[in-house]
Write a protein that binds this ligand. Structure first.
Ligand code: RRO
Length: 309
């Protein structure tokens, strides 16, 4: 069974990656991902300067998923650039950046452009948790403007992390914009922004920041992830690859995202809960399903979703 997949110039031995923000803030955690059976590793979305993030509690797990309002805690771009340019490249690295001030994203891209980094860069346009800042992915004029500016200075493989969309006209409008640019990939979806989880016993929100509002991940969001992957796969030019993210708990979930058109699959909430040994379990389950179905490679079922009848 061949689980390999390709995103731009990067060859992955298998399609599984950590979702940005999970198990990836420190070199210690990143080393554990590199040592795991993940096909690739993403770094925590970096800002120009280190940030400590929002007040705790800022993450909570429930049976069907998670809520977070981390607020972009990270060690700063220099830390991650140093990590990705000095550690041995046994698997592809996806360097994520997210700057609440859009101009800082251009500075960050210029730093990556000028470095020796040869992996993928993921520009996060969908963080829902920076107090007072909107998600750029929901402002189509701002989305187009940042891509225009980014591609004036950046020539390395670039992808963007998108928020979930919920309207077919929105998919059309966003895809129209993305198709105008030499994007290497999109990653869809980020958490479903500004959900609310409550504890009926204490009558309190589960997290402290923003009055309890936070990004929802896990099983709650799987249908949204499948829809966004499939909607974009049918609208984007074939040179733009798709990392599918959202609601993966087992190998069947990985299979479904690839069936809907994903080239690779990233895992957030379940990785947070189970740790990096999760990747071996997901691969074993995916292989078992592919053997049952007589699919020798991901390409034999990717984007082959059929309609009900
Ligand atoms: O750090 C966060 O609060 C965060 C980010 Br940057 C993001 O993109 N998505 C998310 O759910 N949390």
């Amino acid at each position: 069974i061949d689980l390999s997949t390709t995103i731009g110039p990067n060859q992955f031995s298998n399609p599984l990656i950590n979702a940005a923000g999970v198990w990836d803030e420190t070199a210690l955690e990143l080393d554990e991902l590199v040592a795991s059976t993940a096909g690739g590793v993403t770094t925590k979305s970096a800002t120009l300067e280190p940030r400590s993030g929002n007040q705790r509690p800022r993450y909570a797990d429930v049976a069907l998923g998670s809520i977070n309002s981390m607020g972009l805690p990270n060690q700063g771009l220099k830390y991650y650039l140093n990590y990705v340019t000095t550690h041995d490249a046994s698997k592809p690295i996806d360097l994520s950046i997210a700057n609440p001030n859009p101009m800082d994203n251009l500075t960050a891209l210029q730093m990556i452009q000028d470095s020796s980094f040869q992996g993928l860069t993921e520009l996060n346009l969908s963080c829902p948790n920076v107090i007072g800042k909107p998600q750029i992915g929901y402002d189509l004029a701002a989305l187009k403007q940042i891509l225009q500016q980014a591609f004036k200075l950046f020539t390395k493989p670039l992808g963007i992390k998108l928020p979930p969309y919920f309207d077919l006209q929105q998919f059309d409008a966003v895809a129209d914009i993305l198709n105008q640019f030499p994007l290497t990939f999109i990653n869809t979806i980020n958490s479903v922004g500004n959900g609310l989880l409550v504890d009926p016993t204490s009558e309190r929100t589960l997290i402290e920041p923003k009055g309890g509002f936070g990004g929802i991940g896990g099983a709650y969001v799987k249908p949204v992830a499948l829809a966004n992957v499939h909607a974009f796969r049918s609208r984007l030019k074939p040179t733009i690859k798709i990392i599918g993210t959202g609601g993966v708990r087992n190998g069947t979930d990985v299979f479904e995202l690839i069936l809907c058109g994903a080239d690779a699959v990233s895992v957030g909430t379940t990785l947070m809960q189970a740790g990096p040994q999760l990747f071996t379990k997901l691969q074993d389950e995916l292989i078992q399903l592919m053997v049952q179905k007589h699919y020798p490679s991901l390409a034999t079922f990717r984007n082959q979703l059929k309609a009900a009848h």
